[in-house]
Design a protein around this ligand. Structure first.
Ligand code: SF4
Length: 433
């Protein structure tokens, strides 16, 4: 039976599982192996009734089907008329499309930002300030005997994280599998992963920073005067630090519960410092739990090409970046943009209502595989082929390992790869200049 299956990579989350098998009949995915429910959903979306199959342009208030050429003309019109277009999304597009997007932003003199500015961008900022000890997931699987998820519930966000890389598999130096490993969850509630952990620290919301500082003090042999920090007895913290000092290899997976709680990137900065200090006793690393399958890719591509990982303002003729000022949500909130290109994302659903309204009021070009509130409010919509299913491309796994995604079925309708759509827009802009 397995003979008819093709091995592919799942674009369902930042884990990019490369052991997925799919069976295709008459150009449709009919069966999958090894996927989690989330991955199954991501792959089956190729057959979804919500697929966009033809370019659309708004005429008399309604989106109507047009030729690719007409959609390109209208999109280029919208983008060229804008003084400061915002190009946003990118975390579910290939590296090749992201590279093309940065060229387009440079050409238009716009601002380009990815979803990482409302996600794990803070981990990158913290890494720049504090340094960043990390490892690949392969190293984690083979060596880690302590796994900590801090503000993260992988059972929901990355469902195969535990079974592929952390607590369950037997590694080269962890031959006894889960019997040899300790799983600790630090969260504000008893999450699903917390139910199977060896130790669950249920901490008070927004007290992560205080907790990390107390741990650092204990590690340095200083006296913490309070009885409790963040709702955790100091005695327990002492025991945890003494145990961590004796581990072979510890890994702390950083979730949005830490990077987006009070303190934001300062929480991560403090955590990275704790990880560095722990390295005086044992090998310790930290890895952010990037959600979208190529969020990390955008940060790499953007850093190669502009020196900045996200939130890049190219409207001044050179590169300027100041997170909080040049990042998408803030630019939209202050209405410092006059048109938007939303690619591989749904900002109208993702952003707060007050910001979503401002997006819908401006000229909007959307590139997406599926219909969503952003495409429904757009002036021009391009139907995109699904990367990893109908188009090949490169993506960076959450530990920064680049992985090649395959094309194994033909794109439906008039869908084209993101990279090709962006290149056609660029060509047309070149023709107009
Ligand atoms: S864990 Fe993520 S990459 Fe792996 S199968 Fe599930 S959704 Fe896909």
């Amino acid at each position: 039976m397995v003979k008819d299956f093709i091995q592919v990579v799942c674009p369902g989350c930042g884990l990019l599982c490369d052991d997925i098998k799919v069976k295709v009949e008459s150009g449709k995915i009919v069966s999958t192996l090894h996927t989690c429910a989330r991955g199954e959903w991501a792959l089956r979306n190729a057959n979804s009734g919500a697929r966009l199959t033809a370019p659309l342009v708004r005429k008399n208030g309604k989106l109507v089907k047009v030729t690719f050429e007409e959609a390109l003309t209208r999109a280029v019109d919208v983008l060229l008329k804008a003084e400061r277009p915002l190009l946003w999304g990118w975390s579910s597009a290939s590296v090749e499309a992201q590279r093309m997007g940065i060229r387009l932003a440079q050409c238009l003199g716009g601002v380009i930002d990815s979803t990482s500015s409302i996600c794990h961008g803070s981990s990158i900022l913290a890494g720049r300030e504090a340094g960043f000890r990390t490892a690949t997931l392969g190293e984690v699987k083979n060596r880690a005997d302590l796994i900590v998820y801090w503000g993260s519930d992988p059972s929901h966000s990355h469902p195969r994280h535990l079974s592929r890389y952390t607590i369950i598999p037997r590694g080269m130096y962890t031959q006894m599998g889960y019997e040899q490993k300790q799983l600790m969850i630090i969260d504000v509630r008893k999450s699903r992963t917390g139910k199977v952990a060896n130790q669950l620290l249920e901490i008070e919301p927004n007290k992560d920073y205080e907790l990390i500082l107390a741990m650092r003090m204990i590690l340095k042999g200083k006296n913490v005067k309070q009885k409790e920090v963040a709702g955790i007895p100091v005695k327990t913290l002492n025991q945890i630090i003494q145990t961590w000092k004796t581990q072979q290899f510890g890994v702390i997976f950083v979730g949005l519960g830490l990077s987006m709680s009070r303190g934001k990137y300062r929480n991560i900065e403090a955590l990275y410092k704790l990880v560095q200090e722990l390295n005086e006793y044992a090998r310790f690393v930290a890895i952010p739990m990037a959600g979208h399958y190529n969020m990390v890719g955008f940060n790499h591509v953007s850093t190669w090409l502009t020196g900045q990982p996200f939130g890049i303002d190219l409207s001044r003729g050179d590169t300027y970046s100041n997170p909080g000022e040049t990042t998408g949500a803030e630019i939209i909130a202050r209405e410092e943009f006059d048109a938007m290109l939303a690619i591989a994302s749904d900002p109208i659903s993702m952003m707060p209502l007050s910001i979503a309204r401002k997006i819908a009021e401006k000229p909007l070009v959307a590139i997406n595989c599926l219909e969503n509130p952003t495409t429904r409010n757009a002036d021009v919509v391009f139907p995109a082929a699904m990367t990893g299913i109908e188009a090949e491309g490169t993506a960076y796994r959450l530990d920064s390992v680049p992985i090649r995604l395959k094309k194994f079925i033909e794109p439906c309708g008039e869908c084209k790869p993101d990279e090709e759509i962006l290149s056609l827009i660029l060509e047309k802009i070149g023709a107009k200049h």
